[in-house]
Design a binder for this molecule. Structure first.
Ligand code: HEM
Length: 205
């Protein structure tokens, strides 16, 4: 998979940015049923094979552009406004990894920092590569949370649990010592906006 489409800077989710770029979802308004189907289909072909619950994904999408009844109704009717996610209730406004800047560009220094939380992992073929397991991801999130002291909401720490740990579940490799997110996969995903080939090739969307 190569980058096929540009993605709006108003979409700060690296996962959704990759799906837009690969033409799987729309950069503007994306119907919630189709969005949730796409995300759940990817989770079903993950190495761990643990699918994400459709209803949970759909509920997050319903609330993603605002929590007022009017906005939730609008999301239900028109779909999620993906290029309008920035500034919405799920945007932690710098309390996360900061790998994607407010202008939508990748922050290389922050990606390097992320890689600093990784350690050598052995994949199922016996090859060694840097990766982050669940404990390292938790340490990464705790450090991001601490860095944001003074400009974070209490909910931001809870939101984090629905981001990198879910990415581990969906894109993680089954290594000799357990599941991990390969740094190379994170880079490909954030910078090239592409899913790992082993996952993309299993998809029948
Ligand atoms: C309805 C579906 C989804 C919506 C509306 C959504 C929305 C968002 C938003 C608004 C952010 C920005 C948070 C910030 O920068 O503070 C974000 C970040 C993120 N999301 Fe999503 N997302 C969705 C699904 C997913 C899924 C399924 C995954 C994993 C497979 C995922 C993984 C991530 C990750 C890793 C981040 C980066 C957090 C960071 O930089 O620290 N998202 N998402």
């Amino acid at each position: 998979m190569n980058i096929a489409k540009p993605v709006s800077a108003g979409n700060p989710c690296p996962f959704l940015r990759a799906l837009v770029s690969q033409g799987m979802i729309n950069d503007e308004f994306q119907p919630i049923g189709r969005l949730s189907d796409t995300i759940c289909a990817i989770s079903r072909v993950s190495d761990g094979g643990k699918p994400l619950p459709f209803v949970l994904v759909a509920l997050i999408a319903l609330a993603a552009n605002g929590l007022s009844p009017v906005q939730i109704w609008r999301n239900g009717r028109q779909g999620v406004h993906l290029s309008g996610l920035r500034g919405g209730p799920l945007d932690k406004r710098g309390a996360g990894s900061r790998v994607i800047g407010v202008d939508g560009t990748v922050n290389e220094a922050e990606l390097e920092r992320l890689a600093g939380f990784a350690s050598p992992k052995t994949d199922s073929a016996g090859e060694t590569e840097p990766g982050l397991d669940a404990a390292e991801i938790t340490r990464f999130m705790e450090t991001n949370w601490a860095r944001a002291a003074g400009h974070r909401r209490a909910i931001d720490r809870k939101l984090m649990d629905g981001e990198w740990p879910v990415l581990l579940q969906v894109l993680g490799k089954q290594g000799a010592g357990g599941q991990y997110l390969a740094v190379a996969d994170i880079r490909q995903f954030v910078v090239d906006r592409a899913l790992p080939e082993r996952i993309a090739s299993r998809l029948k969307l």
